[in-house]
Write a protein that binds this ligand. Structure first.
Ligand SMILES: [Zn+2]
Length: 118
């Protein structure tokens, strides 16, 4: 599978994580993101590190991606020493183009006049 990250993405973290993926876990991560059963909240991002909280219907998991290590506090990651679906969901989520990030919303009067930040 060829992966072409967005030029502004953190490709040095995301591509190695995805290429280490077990196909079954990758499919679960993709399904979870598309169906909304997994939600990803990036808590910290820098040049060499991504931290995120991944939630399913019952729990949340702390995921950390660096160039050398992928960690998650789920049982799959801790006991099987594998790249779990939560870590893959973070890598997929972080690889989206910036254009898909939430747009800035302005406060408006009812007549459409912008109150802030225009
Ligand atoms: Zn996990």
């Amino acid at each position: 599978m060829a992966i072409t990250p967005h030029p502004n993405s953190q490709a040095t973290l995301i591509v190695p994580t995805l290429t280490r993926a077990d196909p079954v876990r990758l499919e679960k991560a993709i399904d979870g993101l598309f169906q909304g059963t997994l939600t990803v909240t990036l808590t910290s991002t820098s040049e060499g590190h991504i931290s995120a909280l991944v939630k399913n219907s019952t729990r949340s998991y702390q995921v950390s991606l660096t160039a050398d290590e992928v960690t998650c506090d789920c049982l799959d990651s801790l006991h099987r020493d594998t790249v779990c679906k939560h870590s893959l969901a973070v890598a997929l989520f972080a690889s989206r183009p910036p254009a898909q990030a939430p747009a800035v919303r302005h406060l408006l009067w009812s007549d459409g006049q912008v109150l802030c930040g225009a």
